[in-house]
Design a protein around this ligand. Structure first.
Ligand SMILES: [Fe+2]
Length: 311
């Protein structure tokens, strides 16, 4: 199992300046101002640093800053997560879009966060990822995608890996079926991690739907099994945050989708039959987006034709 985290070790005590306003925090914030300064403890892992005393004393998910951002042309959600109790406020973005990179970076700066990862759930076919642009604008940010996607990125990850940002982490689950390399990122399981848990499902599971399975190594059989074995086994109150929504939904839960998802409540044969008869058109962006996303979104940025920015 790989545990990744790139914050450098600095033995700074926590100070009141490490806290943002409580209104920016999710899940019953507790201000670090009320806590005594605590040392940073280096663990056995070279790249991972935690503040054990603070973690133990907080016993809640007060550390997480969370934002759900939207890109309207591809109806894509980008998620910003940060550990605001850590002195550096390390942050990550899940599924950034090229066209909204400036918005995302502005937000990161306004909130005083240190962006360390720009991650993708999979190789998108409907938009160009923002990871490449982010890396040019914020040197030091690492791009992250699954090894199974066969794409280029700074960090290639797989099931069971843990991605640390401060004291918080995301667990990596393999959920192929929409594409061969799809991942679901789930907030950590532990008393010091957000509760309820949060699952960033990409296109494997959408709210009352799922991603198509007819290209990019897709497989209805795989997708059905991925969702049932990797997502529907999470606690029922786990929040589902998908990569897209076309109807205005923003969040669901595992329990809700197990009851009401019109595709994944069927048996496998019923699911396959639905997926084989969707009669979807060829994605407009696929011939531009997939090659660009295989190299972190950096391919031919200056020469991209005008139609590439249309949906
Ligand atoms: Fe997709």
């Amino acid at each position: 199992m790989l545990r990744i985290g790139v914050l450098r070790f600095v033995a700074l005590p926590r100070s009141s300046s490490s806290s943002s306003s409580s209104s920016s925090l999710l899940f019953n914030p507790i201000s670090p101002k009320s806590l005594p300064p605590t040392p940073v403890i280096r663990t056995k892992l070279v790249s991972r640093y935690r503040t054990m005393a603070y973690t133990a004393s907080s016993g809640s998910s007060s550390k997480l800053l969370f934002r759900q951002l939207f890109e309207k042309e591809s109806s894509t959600y980008t998620y910003l997560l940060a550990d605001v109790s850590h002195p550096y406020k390390p942050a990550l973005l899940i599924d950034p879009v090229d066209k909204t990179v400036d918005r995302d970076i502005s937000l990161v700066k306004e909130l005083g966060l240190k962006l360390i990862y720009a991650m993708n759930t999979h190789v998108h076919a409907d938009h160009v990822t923002g990871t490449g642009l982010i890396k040019t604008k914020l040197p030091g940010v690492k791009s992250v995608i699954s090894k199974a996607s066969k794409s280029k990125a700074d960090l290639l990850i797989e099931a069971g890996d843990q991605i640390y940002f401060g004291d918080l982490f995301l667990e990596v689950r393999a959920t192929p079926g929409h594409t061969l390399g799809c991942l679901t990122y789930v907030t950590g399981d532990g008393p010091d991690q957000p509760q309820p848990r949060m699952a960033f499902t990409g296109d494997a599971l959408l709210i009352r739907g799922c991603g198509r399975t007819d290209f990019q190594g897709g497989s209805s059989h795989q997708l059905y099994n991925s969702v049932h074995s990797q997502i529907f086994t999470l606690p029922k109150d786990t929040f589902i945050y998908p990569a897209h929504d076309y109807k205005g939904f923003t969040v669901s839960t595992v329990g809700e989708e197990m009851l009401y998802n019109p595709r994944l409540t069927k048996d496998e044969e019923g699911f396959k039959s639905i997926m084989e008869n969707l009669k979807l058109s060829y994605p407009k962006m696929i011939d531009i987006a997939v090659p660009a996303n295989m190299v972190c979104g950096l391919q031919d940025l200056s020469e991209r034709p005008a139609e590439s920015v249309a949906k």
